[in-house]
Design a protein around this ligand. Structure first.
Ligand code: LLP
Length: 421
């Protein structure tokens, strides 16, 4: 459930009409709902009720400072995957003991940064990384808490580009080699093994792959404990999918997911961490855009929007489906028409939807892309020197621009002309 609902034919974000915000902030822009973010965070938190746990929001989904602070104030930890994300989490006021550091390619500088500023744990993905963290920790005279991310060789049944738990993927340590690598971790100075980490992919719409992976983690916990390792934490990753269409999808709910976690690993006495990103931020955001032209093509009509693939790359990159809805609905029932919905960028991949059935649209109309709060703004670029679009956060009947659109001068002045020119 989200807080983007129609009232008398006008799309509202919580208690403000989206059209009113569009009049104040030029389109295109991202618009987020505080109530939806908090609702989703709390669903996870409550789903793990009864187990010691921490919900570490995967901030790669949406890392705006205002979003991070909203979630951190509600009690969330953060899952970071770069020095930049670590710095963002700290700047938003997240305490070090609530930050976990994931990712396959942590640099020495990033490891140093996290050890200096404090970290709950590193989720380590390879032997060379284990050695690097050990060396940096020893050189700094500190001990680095670590888990090893195991690759359970489970098919997440999601888009190939966002599946991470099969043996052919670059992620984690093959579960069959886990004992060996845990033994190595225990023998290295400057490391403290605290648990096991697993993450099998994103936009999972079934629970079975999670169940298969978590059962393997439970078995591994027993084995590693028998080997003498202290396994006190299990980081179970993120990945629970969201409905991108209103009608035909019903992915499992956080409560079902929580029950599954309790069933598979609840008996182990471990502290549970999860790293949801998309489910917290995805349906808490929309992208608001205006139709520049309606162009009649060969047997089709194009809606040419002021938003483009550089603002929302998911359709071009993953053939992702986003609902596109009018910000002001037609007064009477109307017949739907097919449109190709495109942006102004100079390539055919700049297509949001083909033959999408929509109520008749005219130039100047406002449209909203739903489910754009996760992996939207964070994946945007300035391709075609199109400025990164603003982000706006709604809270009840208030709204605030939480990232302003840069001016052309700001963009241009980031370049430097070398002395020989
Ligand atoms: N933990 C780790 C280690 C991850 O790699 C990810 C996502 C998450 C947690 C959060 O997964 P979520 O709960 O958001 O599914 N750009 C793609 C999604 C990439 C996901 C990458 N890793 C998209 O737009 O669909």
């Amino acid at each position: 459930m989200d807080h983007f609902l129609y009232r008398d034919g006008a799309l509202f974000a919580e208690d403000i009409a989206v059209a009113e915000i569009a009049a104040a902030v030029e389109t295109p822009f991202y618009l987020y709902s505080t109530a939806t973010l908090l609702r989703h965070y709390r669903l996870f938190d409550e789903a793990l009720d009864g187990l010691p746990h921490l919900v570490c929001y995967a901030m790669k989904a949406n890392s705006n400072q205002a979003i991070l602070r909203t979630l951190a104030e509600a009690g969330a930890g953060m899952d970071v995957v770069s020095g930049g994300e670590y710095a963002r989490a700290k700047a938003a006021g997240v305490s070090a003991e609530r930050i976990v550091f994931s990712g396959v390619g942590k640099t020495l500088a990033e490891i140093r940064m996290a050890l200096a500023g404090g970290i709950r744990q590193f989720n380590v993905e390879s032997e060379p990384e284990l050695e690097a963290i050990s060396a940096v920790a020893v050189s700094m005279g500190v001990v680095a808490p670590i888990t090893l991310r195991v690759n359970p060789d489970v098919d997440a049944r999601t888009h190939a580009k966002i599946a991470t738990g099969k043996s052919e993927n670059k992620f984690g340590i093959p579960i069959a080699r886990a004992r060996e690598v845990y033994a190595q971790a225990a023998s290295l100075p400057g490391l403290k093994v605290v648990g096991i980490d697993v993450h099998i992919g994103s936009q999972l719409t079934q629970l079975e792959p999670f169940e298969a992976a978590y059962k393997k983690v439970a078995d591994l916990t027993d084995v590693l404990r028998a080997d003498g390792h202290e396994i006190t934490r299990l980081d179970l990753g993120g990945g629970l999918g969201i409905p991108y269409t209103r009608s035909n999808e019903a992915p499992p709910l956080p409560t079902d997911y929580g029950a599954l976690i309790k069933r598979t690993v609840g008996h182990l006495g471990c502290e549970i961490e999860i790293e949801p990103g998309r489910l917290i931020a995805g349906n808490a955001g929309i992208l608001v855009s205006r139709v520049i032209y309606v162009k009649s093509g060969e047997g089709r009509d194009f809606l040419i929007l002021d938003a483009a693939m550089n603002d929302l790359i998911r359709p071009a990159m993953y053939d992702a489906y986003h609902d596109i809805v009018p910000v002001v609905e037609a007064a009477a029932a109307v017949e739907l028409r097919p449109y190709d919905v495109v942006g102004p960028v100079c390539e055919s991949g700049d297509t949001f939807a083909k033959g999408r059935q929509m109520p008749p649209v005219v130039a100047g109309d406002l449209l909203a892309f739903r489910s754009a709060g996760a992996y939207g703004a964070v994946m945007a670029s300035e391709y075609n020197t199109r400025p990164l679009i603003p982000e706006v956060l709604v809270h009840g009947d208030q709204f605030a621009v939480i990232r302003a659109r840069p001016t052309f001068d700001e963009i241009i002045n980031r370049d430097t002309i070398p002395p020989w020119l």
